[in-house]
Design a binder for this molecule. Structure first.
Ligand SMILES: Nc1nc(=O)c2c([nH]1)NC[C@@H]1CN(c3ccc(C(=O)N[C@@H](CCC(=O)O)C(=O)O)cc3)C=[N+]21
Ligand SMILES: [Mg+2]
Length: 290
C-alpha cells in the first residue's frame, strides 16, 4: 500500500492561522506589532525567493517586516554594525541573517550569527538557544526541525517510545531535531557520513528524518515497512526545481507516511519563523515589564 502523503500546505495553513490569531490578540493587548528584520547579503537567487516569501507571509500575518539588502562586498564590521543596530531597535523583535553568506564572509558566519541578541534569534542558531534547547529550557527553536515536530503532532503521530533515526548532524537540523525528539520521549539515533551500517540502522526507524543534502540518498531498502519518513532535504537540481533527500517514488510504496519535496516541511519552516517572531516579541515584552 502507498504511504499517506503529509502535505505541508495544509499544516502550514493551520499553524499560520493560529499564529495570526495570537498576533492579533498580542497586538490588541500590548499595542505592539511584532517586527522581523531579514538581512540578505548579495544576490543568491534562491535566497531572494525565500526572503520574498518571508516578507509576503509577514504581511499576511500582521508582522512588520524589514528586508535589509546588502552588497556582497560589505565588510564583516559593517555587517556587525547592522546587526547591533537591529539588536538596539525596539521595533525589531526578530533578526534573521539569511544563509548562505557570500564566499568572502563564510569564515565569519558564526561570529556574525552569534552577534544576534539571543532573545531576537528567531533562527535559534545562537549557542545560548542551542544550549537551552539541549537542557530543555524555553528558547528559540530552529524553524525547520520545529516545523517537523509540529507536523507530526498535527498528523496525530505519537513519538513516545518510538525509534527515531536522523540522517545528518548539522547544527541547523540534525542536532536540534534530535533534542526535540528526545524531549518527546523518542529513542533517538543520529547518523552521519562516518556511520557504519546506515541501511540497517535506518531500517529500525519508526520515524526517519533525512537531512543529508543529497538527492535520492534514502532508498526503499532503508525503510521499515509503515515508517514515517520526513524529508528535510532541499537539493536544487535546476534553477527552479528542488528535490529532497528521499527517493520518493520507491520509498512511498513502503513507508506509512511521507513528506514530499517541494510541498512538505519547507512550508512549515516559514510558518515557524512567524511563530518564533511572535514568541520573541512576547518574550521581549515580558522582560521589559519586569
Ligand atoms: N538564516 C537562515 N534561516 C533559514 O531558515 C534559512 C536560511 N538562512 N537559508 C536558506 C534556508 C532554506 N529555507 C527554506 C525556507 C522555506 C522553504 C520553502 O518554503 N519551501 C517550499 C518551496 C520551495 C521551492 O519551490 O523553492 C517547499 O518546500 O515546498 C524552503 C527552504 C530557509 N532557510
Ligand atoms: Mg550531515
Amino acid at each position: 500500500m502507498s504511504a499517506t502523503i503529509l502535505w505541508g500546505k495544509t499544516y502550514a495553513k493551520k499553524l499560520k492561522d493560529e499564529t495570526k490569531e495570537k498576533i492579533a490578540e498580542f497586538t490588541e493587548k500590548t499595542g505592539i506589532t511584532p517586527g522581523l528584520a531579514v538581512i540578505i547579503v548579495g544576490e543568491d537567487p534562491a535566497s531572494q525567493v525565500y526572503v520574498r516569501n518571508k516578507h509576503t507571509t509577514c504581511a499576511e500575518m500582521g508582522i512588520n517586516s524589514q528586508v535589509i539588502e546588502l552588497v556582497p562586498t560589505i565588510s564583516k564590521d559593517e555587517l556587525i554594525a547592522t546587526i547591533e543596530n537591529l539588536n538596539n531597535d525596539s521595533n525589531i523583535h526578530g533578526i534573521l541573517l539569511q544563509l548562505p553568506l557570500p564566499k568572502a564572509l563564510h569564515k565569519y558566519e558564526n561570529e556574525l550569527l552569534y552577534r544576534i541578541n539571543p532573545l531576537k534569534d528567531v533562527d535559534g542558531f545562537h549557542p545560548v538557544n542551542a544550549g537551552r534547547l539541549s537542557i530543555g529550557e524555553k528558547c528559540m527553536v530552529p524553524c525547520t526541525p520545529l516545523g517537523c515536530i509540529k507536523m507530526l503532532e498535527l498528523a496525530g503521530i505519537s513519538l513516545d517510545g518510538k525509534n527515531a533515526v536522523i540522517i545528518g548532524r548539522s547544527n541547523i537540523v540534525g542536532k536540534p531535531m534530535a533534542n526535540l525528539l528526545l524531549a518527546k520521549n523518542a529513542t533517538v539515533t543520529v547518523c552521519h557520513s562516518h556511520t557504519r551500517n546506515l541501511q540497517q540502522i535506518a531500517a529500525t526507524a519508526d520515524i526517519l528524518v533525512a537531512a543529508v543534502g543529497k538527492p535520492n540518498f534514502v532508498t526503499a531498502d532503508m525503510i521499515k515497512p509503515g515508517a514515517v519518513v520526513i524529508d528535510v532535504g532541499i537539493n536544487r537540481i535546476a534553477p527552479k526545481k528542488i528535490t529532497g533527500d528521499v527517493d520518493f517514488t520507491t520509498v512511498k510504496e513502503k513507508a506509512g507516511f511521507i513528506t514530499p519535496v517541494p510541498g512538505g516541511v519547507g512550508l512549515l519552516t516559514i510558518a515557524m519563523l512567524m511563530h518564533n517572531t511572535l514568541e520573541a516579541a512576547m518574550l521581549q515584552q515580558t522582560q521589559q515589564n519586569r
